[in-house]
Ligand binder design. Structure first.
Ligand code: SAH
Length: 350
């Protein structure tokens, strides 16, 4: 494969540009254009000769909008096509604190969480940093508004694509690029402990979200195969280490599945588990009433069950909120559009 210039740090791009016989200032111009989401044709101050050379010597593996769905609440869900024909999903959301894009880190996923649509067909491949950036640039240019926050919570497991995800975050931080600081980036993991430990030492104060979904190993083993490798008693100390090294509060995601993990007893067990293992630590539980997928028989409980779950957690000293449902009318949840595309190539309408 030819070098991917959208995944290059500025110094790497400079070296590459110099190697093609162009001058150094061209690298700076090129970096700015690339990270505004421009195509080669759109780079108006780059000479035609240089563009021809670039077209021959490198690639820019951007993603292209295959389909998009606009919700009545302003959320936009994209189905993007990658340079090799893979499909991935991203979501643009409007929050009070700014526009947020939820990006995918892999096409498919191999973690096997039972309730998740992204993993139904396994992992196709990991995405390059360029393809993660491109999801943001395409959404930004399509909506015509700046994106200020990024959540790595789309398809895939970011710590199963560690190096590219780190590169993506560092490129997002670049002031000649998107200029989005770590404090405005969240990363969600299913609990790959090696990844959490490594990430603690990167010096990148990103908000970490950990998909817990259950307070006991027995229950968690059943819905999240990753727990067999990294059980709760190994996972929570890694979270503590992340907090101690970065000072960032940890958010725990918990999908409420009716009759499985949403009883009052589950809430009490969860609160005790977190309080006793993470004393004095800034934590937050993000409750997500499960989004049913038709391949699995998981349902969300009555609204009152969710409300009681929040109350029980808070009574036991644990801060919790229910995730705001954006884009409910457009199937804006993990892997659902892509699963649909797989199922019926000709008809994507939902
Ligand atoms: N692999 C990462 C990030 C991707 S998913 C992780 O596991 O954290 C982002 C969040 O959505 C995770 O907490 C995931 O468990 C949750 N999720 C996936 N499918 C869901 C569904 N059907 N209903 C509710 N939450 C779901």
């Amino acid at each position: 494969m030819l070098p991917d210039i959208l995944s290059m740090y500025e110094d790497e791009l400079t070296e590459f540009v110099l190697s093609t016989g162009e001058e150094k200032y061209r690298a700076k111009q090129l970096f700015k254009w690339l990270h505004s989401g421009a195509s080669l044709e759109q780079m108006s101050n780059i000479p035609k000769k240089m563009k021809e050379k670039l077209a021959e010597k490198c690639i820019i593996p951007t993603v292209k909008i295959e389909n998009k769905y606009v919700s009545t609440d302003g959320t936009v869900k994209y189905l993007f096509k990658c340079y090799d024909g893979e499909y991935i999903e991203s979501v643009f959301m409007r929050h009070e604190y700014g526009n947020t894009v939820c990006v995918s880190s892999q096409a498919g996923c191999r973690m096997g969480c039972r309730f998740c649509a992204s993993t139904l067909n396994g992992l196709q491949r990991s995405l390059y940093a360029s393809e993660m950036l491109s999801q943001i640039y395409e959404a930004q240019n399509d909506v015509g508004e700046r994106v200020s926050n990024v959540v790595i919570m789309g398809m895939g497991e970011p710590f199963d694509n560690y190096d590219n995800v780190i590169r993506f975050i560092k490129l997002l931080n670049n002031e000649n690029g998107a200029n989005i600081s770590c404090r405005k980036i969240s990363l969600s993991t299913c609990g790959i402990v090696d990844g959490i430990k490594r990430f603690s030492d990167e010096g990148l104060p990103v908000t970490l979200s950990v998909s817990l979904h259950s307070p006991t190993n027995e229950q968690r083993n059943e819905i999240m195969p990753v727990n067999r490798k990294f059980p709760i008693e190994v996972l929570l100390p890694a979270c503590r280490q992340y907090f101690e090294k970065t000072g960032r509060r940890i958010s725990f995601e918990y999908a409420l599945i009716d009759g499985k993990n949403n009883s009052e007893q589950d809430a009490v067990t969860l609160a005790k588990l977190l309080k006793s293992n993470l004393p004095g630590m800034a934590i937050h539980v993000n409750l997500i009433p499960v989004n049913p997928i038709k391949e699995r028989d998981f349902r969300r409980g009555e609204k009152i069950m969710t409300e009681n779950f929040v109350k029980t957690l808070e009574k036991n000293g644990v801060n919790a909120t229910v995730r705001k449902r954006l884009g409910a009318d457009i199937n804006a949840s993990c892997g659902q559009l892509r699963a649909k595309k797989y199922e019926n190539n000709a008809d994507l309408k939902i």
